[in-house]
Design a protein around this ligand. Sequence first.
Ligand code: ZN
Length: 295
Amino acid sequence: MEPWHVESPARLESVLSALRSPAFAALAWREAPEASREALSRVHERGYVEALLAAVPAHGYVRIDPDTAMGAATGPAMLRAAGACVAAVDAVAAGEVANAFCAVRPPGHHAERARALGFCFFNNVAIGALQARAVHGLTRVAVIDFDVHHGNGTQHSFERDPGLFYASTHQDPFYPGTGHANEQGVAGNIVNVPLRGASDGAAVRRAYTDTILPRLDAFAPEFVLISAGFDAHRDDPLSGLMLTEDDYAWITRELCAVARRHAGGRVVSALEGGYDLTALASSASAHVQELMAAA
Ligand SMILES: [Zn+2]
């Protein structure tokens, strides 16, 4: 982004430094490769992909959207963010690892088929989900999104395809303005639970227990991806929800349990938002700890 921007390199530094602590010594680390044009084009128009890559400046910044700017390193970063999800799906589908967390920037869930939006260029999780179907022959793939913002791009990529499932809890009214409960896709494959500002962990857990988990169980996903944004944390400067590390651990446990019931435990999670550096590091740690416990 730009030097003053909240979507900053320090976010990933804080997550990575937390995950390098002794508590995570058992983690296996892999470097993210760049996504192929083929993988990107399952979600994005080819012309958009090429135009975006051509727009990356040699120095300085280029504004793509009022909230979304590119610097010289954005090109490889966005290719590797999408490529991380593709490689993680490949590794989990092949049984090399039980599950994976993709510590990536830029985030992805606002990126539309042919439009960068809200700090996002390529829709990393959607690209991972379509990799699971196209390359690994799975027919039912789910994305669960607990970022405080609605994942408009993921919903729009999935809403006409009954083999894909997308569920989101998010603050409402809030950016980007989508994600109302009546947006249900085809065959109810889209599940939105909008939450008023100041909703706490109890409200979010109710949304999962009453709505998202039963619908996800009924869908019976063969692969579960998570849009893991931690900006619904009570300390986050961008939002009004009041989640804590314990809530992120609880949600992760529940999603891993669904994956165990239907998907052989296959889970790939990818970082989305989270803008308080301390809360981001501790929340991502709580999330990864549960993934490790489920592995
Ligand atoms: Zn967000």
